[in-house]
Design a binder for this molecule. Structure first.
Ligand SMILES: [Zn+2]
Length: 251
């Protein structure tokens, strides 16, 4: 079959997200950024945490914020990603414990926060971003874990774009695009090997879906088996797909 010129317009797409963007991870993030820059990538999502574990308030790290502003100007999309990214101060009920089993050790901040506290943390995060010049396109809760009412809180604040493990979504238009996150785990060596194995299979399988989503966490670059897998996955997907922003993917 002859491939016409229109074929390029139909090229399969890829969204890339860098999670847990905080000055606490500055040196690992620098490595992630250079991994992306090697392929000339600038249109990735940055999931920024306002005050990582209550110890890394963004406003006290001017150089880090300047770097984010430059990346934003170059086409990166900023997402608010929790407030502290830590569930300290909240107690899991037994049912909640079951609900997040295997998903996260202690990052269920916006799953456990009661609506009034979730609202307060959202407002503080959004106000801080506004003061710093960061223009978030959406909100993604830590570990993709949503508490009851969180979607409504986001809609009330015109925070449109979000995602879960299985899909990305625009809360304003109700558009959802199925794209299970391709991510790695560095929590245990066996999990690193397992997720690298899954990535290897998915690199081959995922020629079909219109949209593939890759989630990169800063520790990924420090575990050799994961770093190698990440590099191979990036290499293969970027060759076959066009990197788009979340906004484009949800248009
Ligand atoms: Zn996170």
């Amino acid at each position: 079959m002859m491939l016409g010129k229109r074929e390029t317009g139909n090229r399969k797409r890829l969204v890339l997200a860098v999670h847990d963007v905080t000055p606490a991870h500055a040196s690992k993030l620098a490595q992630v950024y250079s991994l992306l820059a090697e392929r000339g990538l600038t249109r990735y999502a940055l999931l920024v945490v306002p005050d990582w574990h209550g110890e890394w308030p963004l406003e006290q790290h001017a150089g880090f914020v300047d770097d984010l502003l430059q990346r934003q100007a170059a086409g990166a999309e900023i997402f608010l990603h929790g407030y502290r990214h830590h569930e300290a101060g909240f107690r899991r009920t037994w049912m909640q414990h079951l609900g997040v089993a295997g998903r996260t050790a202690a990052s269920a901040e916006f799953y456990l926060a009661p609506p009034d506290q979730a609202a307060r943390r959202l407002d503080r995060g959004l106000a801080l971003f506004a003061a710093l010049g960061l223009q978030p396109v959406g909100f993604i809760p830590p570990a993709w874990l949503y508490g009851p009412g969180l979607a409504d809180l986001l809609r009330q604040r015109n925070v449109g774009l979000t995602e879960g493990f299985w899909a990305i979504a625009n809360l304003a238009t109700h558009r959802q695009v199925f794209a299970p996150a391709l991510s790695w785990s560095t929590a245990r060596p066996w999990r690193s090997h397992l997720t690298a194995g899954i990535a290897a299979v998915r690199r081959v399988l995922e020629t079909a879906p219109d949209l593939v989503r890759v989630a990169i966490h800063p520790p990924d670059v420090h575990v050799p088996v994961v770093a190698r897998s990440l590099r191979e996955t990036r290499g293969r997907l970027v060759t076959m797909r066009q990197v788009v922003t979340y906004r484009d993917a949800l248009r």
